[in-house]
Structure formats: structure tokens, C-alpha cells
Design a protein around this ligand. Structure first.
Ligand SMILES: NC(=O)c1ccc[n+]([C@@H]2O[C@H](COP(=O)([O-])OP(=O)(O)OC[C@H]3O[C@@H](n4cnc5c(N)ncnc54)[C@H](OP(=O)(O)O)[C@@H]3O)[C@@H](O)[C@H]2O)c1
Length: 305
């Protein structure tokens, strides 16, 4: 993506200074919150979209569903979309759908380098640019520390050349958190991406996310629903009345607001292949967020399920 006029207008405005127009969700408090990327001052909406289930190949019906999902996400003010070459045909499908919808210029597109050697990563990076027919990515990340020193050096070189606006590292594995902490301290990252879910992984909020915030690194949360398996269990359970204290109307919002309210978190990227999940989750990025005390109550409630 080139740096569009829209993007320039967002740079330099602090958190909350640039708020989206209220969304047409028919709710009283439906302004999607935006937060600042520390390294630039640019703001992004707190709800993004993960695409690891977009690898549907040529399946026309599945593509039509994904197209509606992307359209709804865009219409409700979403911009951050995360993908990777290793998500089957996701990058290909996403690139073609965005092209047909004509919305790519409005988006903040993030992908990854995820091969185990430098020459494959160089080729993979060029293929990613070609799939989105763009000379520039908003964010390019090293996926799960694969060949990470060489991969990070490659991304730094491409950032210097103006082909990447922001660089980052991702993981969803707690046994990589201490290495992530070391890399944050020793290298100039714009973003990290890490898992945090009330459902099954809370430890990233103890040291890793606060450290990133201290070092001026933006934090994207992957797997905020722990992969999504928890929803079948939750469908049998009523939302507690006290969840209204943070304007929560669904289990999706309950989990998203738990992650988004942690100090240091910039945005979450829930996986969504259905428009109804986009509508639900975007509302999770609006209105009041739980306090630290309410988060403790959320944890106790989940632990007792
Ligand atoms: N190491 C890494 O870099 C790494 C690792 C893992 C994931 N990621 C990124 O993070 C993204 C998110 O992770 P994930 O997709 O594995 O897990 P997730 O976001 O925790 O869960 C996604 C699942 O939750 C469902 N869902 C979404 N919103 C819902 C709602 N409001 N109510 C009920 N169900 C809902 C989705 O269903 P539908 O699909 O039917 O909408 C999907 O099955 C990935 O897509 C990927 O971009 C990165």
C-alpha cells in the first residue's frame, strides 16, 4: 500500500484525537476506538481481522461469504487485516477479493515472512507484494521466529528502502515469549503480535505486553478467542449481569474487551469469516472497557466455568 492521503491525515494525531464517525450499528455507544502506533503517531482501529481461514481456493460460495465479511469490516470502519503466505491460499484469495471490492487503499495490510531460509523468504516476500499488486506493505512481520535474525534483517532493509512502513515479530507460543522480550530490547521493532485470550492464554499480559509498551512497540493480539473452540461451551452460559458495566452484549465482546483493556494493547485481530461476527466484534471495540478489577472478575468467572 502506498501512504495515501487518508493515512497521512492520521499521522501525528494522538490517541482518541481522531475518532471514527459513530457506526451504523443501531447502538448508543458505537464509535470504534482507535489507538496510536507509538513509533509514528498514526492511529488504527482496535479491531482488526485475521485471515488464517481464508484459504478457500477457488470455492465460489466460500469466496462470496468472505467477500461479504470483508465488505462489512470495511463499512464498519475496520482497516487492519493480518495474513501470511503460510495460511494456505489465504493471501491469494484475500488479494483477489480486495481487488474486486476496490477497498485495498483504505486498509492497513499486514503479512509475514515465514520460510526457514533467506532465499525462500526473499521469494516469499516478493510473492506477497505481487498477490496484493502493491509496491509497499503497511506491516511485515517475522512469523514465529522462523530464521529470525536473517528475516528481521531483510525486513529492516526493505523498510529502509520504503517498501514496508512498519516491521514486527509474531508468536502464539509462550515458550517464545522470553526470546520476544530479548528482541524487543535489542532491535527497533514497530509492532509485536502475540496471543492473549481470557479463554486459554493470559500470561503474555504479565511481562511481555507491558515491556513492549514501555519500549514504544505497538501490540497486536492474535487468537483473542483462543482459536474459537470456547464458543460452543459459552453458548450454554448466560452473560453475567455485571458485564453491562463495560457495555458488553455477547461472549465475543466479553473476550475482546478483556484483551483490549490490558495496558499496552493496541488492537486485536480476531479471525472472522462471517459478516455477523464482524458486526459483533466491531461492537467489542466500542464503548466502555473493563477496569483491572472487572478483568479479575472476568478471570474468576471463566475459571469457574
Ligand atoms: N503466530 C502468529 O503469527 C499467529 C498465530 C495464530 C493466529 N494469528 C493471526 O491471528 C488471527 C486470529 O487467530 P485465530 O483465527 O486462529 O483465532 P481466534 O481469533 O481466537 O478465533 C477465531 C474463531 O472464532 C470465531 N469467531 C470470531 N468472532 C466470533 C464471535 N463474535 N462469536 C463467535 N465466534 C466468533 C471465528 O469464526 P468464523 O471464522 O466463522 O467467523 C473463528 O472460528 C489469525 O487469523 C491470524 O491472522 C497469528
Amino acid at each position: 500500500m502506498s501512504i495515501t492521503r487518508r493515512k497521512f491525515t492520521q499521522i501525528g494525531l494522538g490517541t482518541g484525537a481522531l475518532m471514527a464517525m459513530p457506526l451504523s450499528l443501531g447502538k448508543p455507544n458505537s464509535t470504534l476506538i482507535k489507538r496510536t502506533i507509538p513509533s509514528s503517531g498514526e492511529v488504527i482501529p482496535v479491531i482488526g481481522l485475521g485471515t488464517n481461514r481464508y484459504g478457500v481456493g477457488a470455492d465460489k460460495i466460500a469466496r462470496a461469504t468472505l467477500s461479504q465479511t470483508l465488505q462489512k469490516f470495511h463499512a464498519l470502519g475496520g482497516t487492519v487485516i493480518d495474513t501470511a503466505p503460510s495460511y494456505g491460499s489465504s493471501e491469494v484469495v484475500l488479494g483477489e477479493l480486495l481487488d474486486k471490492l476496490g477497498i485495498q487503499e483504505d486498509l492497513f495490510l499486514a503479512s509475514k515472512v515465514d520460510s526457514r531460509n533467506l532465499s525462500d523468504n526473499k521469494a516469499g516476500y516478493r510473492a506477497s507484494l505481487a498477490r496484493f499488486n502493491t509496491p509497499q506493505f503497511d506491516l511485515m512481520q517475522v512469523h514465529n521466529f522462523k530464521d529470525w535474525q536473517n528475516s528481521l534483517a531483510l525486513l529492516q532493509e526493505k523498510k529502509m528502502a520504503g517498501e514496508i512502513r512498519y516491521i514486527g515479530m509474531t508468536t502464539h507460543m509462550p515458550n517464545q515469549y522470553s526470546l520476544m522480550e530479548q528482541v524487543i530490547k535489542e532491535h527497533a521493532l514497530d509492532f509485536i503480535q502475540v496471543n492473549l485470550s481470557l479463554a486459554n492464554q493470559r500470561s503474555s499480559s504479565e511481562r511481555l505486553i507491558p515491556l513492549a509498551a514501555d519500549q514504544g512497540v505497538a501490540v497486536l493480539i492474535n487468537r483473542p478467542f483462543g482459536g474459537g473452540g470456547v464458543f460452543s461451551k459459552l453458548s450454554q452460559t448466560k452473560l453475567p449481569d455485571w458485564s453491562q458495566e463495560f457495555e458488553c452484549e455477547s461472549w465475543g465482546q466479553f473476550l475482546l474487551k478483556y484483551a483490549l483493556s490490558q495496558p499496552g494493547v493496541t488492537a486485536a485481530i480476531p479471525g472472522m469469516t462471517k459478516a455477523r461476527h464482524v458486526i459483533d466484534n466491531i461492537q467489542g471495540g466500542c464503548g466502555l472497557m473493563p477496569t483491572a478489577q472487572l478483568r479479575q472478575r472476568q478471570e474468576a468467572f471463566f475459571d469457574a466455568l
